[in-house]
Design a protein around this ligand. Sequence first.
Ligand SMILES: [Zn+2]
Length: 275
Amino acid sequence: MTTPLTRKAIPSPNYSSRGGASVRLIVLHTAEGARTIEDLGAFFGRTSSGVSSHTGIDDKQGIIGEYVKRPNKAWTAANANPVAVQTELCAFAAWSAAEWSKHGAMLDNCARWIAEESAQFGIPITKLTPSQAQGSGRGVCQHVDLGTWGGGHHDCGTSFPIDDVISKAKGYASGQGGGDDEMGYPDWYWQWSNWYLTTNRDPATRPKSAPKEIPKWAWEANDKQLQLLNRYGMTSAERDWITWYLGGRQGARPNVPQTIPDRWWDDEKYVLQST
Ligand SMILES: [Zn+2]
């Protein structure tokens, strides 16, 4: 049983709307300056800094700073910001493995934060490759994985123990909340759920790892996933389609179902009314 992290609110004025984008990335950074969540909060608190992140993490066990609320877009990874929930470790990308190993509380807080964001947004605790992170993958990555699309930074550095942190985060996720343990799902579930929810469900592209008969728990998890997607906005395929449709259907039709689901039409009306 893990208690949730205490989130010390130090609001930053540097944020904006996600513009309807749904969150698919949990992104880790090093702050490259501030050594405490309070100092980092003071920096993000100045309009003149022009940057922010959702949270910050230092060596205080069980306590993190929260600067931007989850529904809003923090400003720290350029084009990735709309689809990311992000944290800044009060650390440096130049740290050696030996230096990182002296910051057990920081790494532990980071793992717990990943587990909490994963549960909140329904994002799997999986390390993404750069192409997955810059494409449409759902999972955990570092700023460096976002490449020039994400601003061309190199944090969290080559010695950051990402695999340890992810495996710890998985441990925290599976220790949370008994029957509500959605992060304990096998990989095939996430592949199948993504295929089911975000593609035209072509049998030829159905993940081979998924069983022929989808068990009842997977259908239930999938329903929950759909509710999360609806709560946090549309999928990227749906957004692409709406943009294309409202833009006069110019250019290639986005790679979306031939038959548009009813709820997309409802969203299309909503977008049209609010513009
Ligand atoms: Zn960064």
